[in-house]
Design a protein around this ligand. Sequence first.
Ligand SMILES: NC(=O)c1ccc[n+]([C@@H]2O[C@H](COP(=O)([O-])OP(=O)(O)OC[C@H]3O[C@@H](n4cnc5c(N)ncnc54)[C@H](O)[C@@H]3O)[C@@H](O)[C@H]2O)c1
Length: 333
Amino acid sequence: MTKIALIGCGKQAPKHIAGLRAAGAGDILLYDLDVSRAAALAAKENLAWSADLDALFGDAAVDIVDIATPTASHAPLIQRAIAAGKHFFCEKPLCASLDEAWSIKSAAEARGVFGMVGYIYRFAPVFASGFKLTPDAGAPLGQPVTAHFRIGGRGDHEVWKHNRATAGGAANEMLVHMLDLAIWYFGEVRAVQVLANDLLRPVRMIGGKEVKVDAADFVLVRLEMAHCSSVFLQADLVTPAFNQYVEIQYERGSFMGSIQPEVASYVFATDAGGEFPIGRTRLDNGDGNLFTFQMAALLEHVRRGEPPPCNLIDDSVKLMEAMSMLQQQGVGR
Ligand SMILES: NC(=O)c1ccc[n+]([C@@H]2O[C@H](COP(=O)([O-])OP(=O)(O)OC[C@H]3O[C@@H](n4cnc5c(N)ncnc54)[C@H](O)[C@@H]3O)[C@@H](O)[C@H]2O)c1
């Protein structure tokens, strides 16, 4: 049985616990800087908790450290996990800067541990279907012409998600998910153009209080990528009804995919290609329970002593290289 130490008992933690349990994890030990949060979640989930981070990292029975804390704390916690010889899972993004990503990569390689990052959209069946149209999968409907990746949510959950000093904002919270999908589909980011990096709602109600925030909550960028020269990513924290989709035009067909069951996902082909006949093929959006798939991939591979199939540190280094290009133009800073 695999023992997991889960650091950070906020919004994501119950989803991790459900996914880990569904994937057959053994013990789960909880920790949070705010001990009351760890104690409350432990009581609710009937799990053990600890107030001693040193003991947690020193626990020889812990196989994986799962980090679900605010982004600015990822790199130091990951470095502690690596130093303790633990494989780690970390919520996206891996870290806040390219320098941190390189340090994590070299430390993990030196210590011989795996790291997986929570780019959960890669586990959505609809995006696995979409991948079958990409150049890496043989481009059955021709080359990509243009692509639009969109994600928007309301934010307003915690103040740290809206301030620059704590690595909040639409880029770190939302855009990175779409950037990861875009890199999976179209390869390296060669050039970036920032079309909007705006703070549309500088005053928000968070936790019943009106707060002033300073991180951009609306980002629109154009990317020139290895396999598509016209890729648009739009991410925001100003959409009350969460919305997410990917729309790609190929020479001989369209892909429309969303993680949301209520959005119709399909491939439309003007000529048959690959497994797609002429006309519209509806795609399965999945049941949305991606945390189980994600955690199952993590546990299965750690048990076998092999790196997980995707979302590795190297993937995040590539993503952080693109983020660094965007950061140089003010996005995510
Ligand atoms: N994969 C996704 O779809 C998705 C969705 C939302 C958030 N996230 C990511 O998950 C991470 C956590 O987000 P959240 O919504 O759960 O945040 P949250 O603010 O709800 O919870 C974070 C928890 O971490 C604790 N914490 C803060 N600093 C800590 C430290 N140094 N050590 C231990 N505990 C600490 C806080 O007390 C809090 O309980 C972020 O990186 C966020 O970007 C991912």
